[in-house]
Design a binder for this molecule. Structure first.
Ligand code: GLU
Length: 264
């Protein structure tokens, strides 16, 4: 049994490979299921913040690029095109279930302690009071290396701590954390519960997708950030977004990283 059933404020992060087909264009069937599930969880009383990747991948698809751009201006151009398409789609789909969305784009400068971080936190708070679903991404258009957050696994953990979330769920293209890379090692087995993230950090591998960033290493770093702030985290497979129902019913699916609750 996990603590997700009791979680009220929830951050869900979805990656590019979950949102798009191999072509880089949006996977509407999956998106529709994801939005319907999130809308339903929201109706059940949870506050939902969605951290969505996909801007660069979707922009690549729209601009007909087959390789992830390496230079900053091309990445930023793709992100600018793709972010529009993403928000248009989220607005339309959440709107079908009578929920409003808001776009929040952040850079590294906005999440270090200070006025900009406070402003962002205040905006989140007010949006959640209004019952809106904030949809968050890195502000790729203005992010340069110096102020880059880097990947949305990290961003989602930072957002979870910023808004005092109870739980963070990373929807991935893999079922959870394995004892070894299951694509290379047939004896690899899924680890259902991690009590001490530091002890499993060595299990993070590299990134394997041409459209997105991340990989297990960034997910484990996200788990470190989330768990040390007392936020429970799970990695589950995003190919079936309705798994979120089972997770929030308290079932142990994927890998559950137990947040360290501070002693009171
Ligand atoms: N901000 C990037 C995008 O929307 C994604 C970064 C990531 O996948 O972690 O394409």
């Amino acid at each position: 049994m996990n603590r997700f059933a009791a979680a009220r404020r929830v951050v869900v992060k979805v990656g590019t490979t979950t949102l798009t087909h191999g072509s880089g264009l949006l996977n509407y069937r999956r998106l529709e299921r994801l939005v319907k599930t999130l809308a339903d969880l929201k109706n059940s009383g949870k506050e939902i913040v969605l951290v969505s990747s996909g801007a660069i991948g979707v922009g690549m698809g729209e601009l007909g690029l087959s390789a992830r751009p390496q230079d900053m201006p091309t990445k930023q151009a793709c992100a600018a095109v793709g972010q529009c398409e993403l928000m248009y789609t989220y607005d339309k789909l959440f709107g079908e279930y009578n929920h409003s969305v808001a776009q929040i784009l952040l850079t590294g400068e906005d999440i270090v302690p200070g006025k900009r971080r406070d402003n962002a936190a205040n905006t989140f708070r007010r949006l959640l009071e209004f019952g809106v679903v904030p949809v968050v991404n890195e502000n790729d258009t203005v992010s340069t290396e110096e102020i880059e957050i880097g990947d949305n696994d990290t961003l989602s953990a930072v957002v979870a701590t910023l808004i005092g979330a109870d739980a963070l769920v990373l929807l991935s293209d893999i079922d959870g954390l394995y004892t070894a890379n299951p694509k290379e090692d047939p004896t690899a087995s899924l680890i259902p519960v991690v009590e001490d993230v530091d002890a499993v950090m060595s299990l993070g591998g590299g990134s394997s997708s041409i459209f997105g960033k991340g990989g297990m290493a960034t997910k484990l770093h996200a788990a470190q950030t989330a768990c040390s702030a007392g936020v429970d985290m799970a990695i589950i497979n995003g190919s079936d977004p309705t798994l979120l129902y089972r997770l929030f019913d308290g079932e142990n699916i994927g890998t559950y990283f137990v947040g360290r609750k501070q002693d009171v």
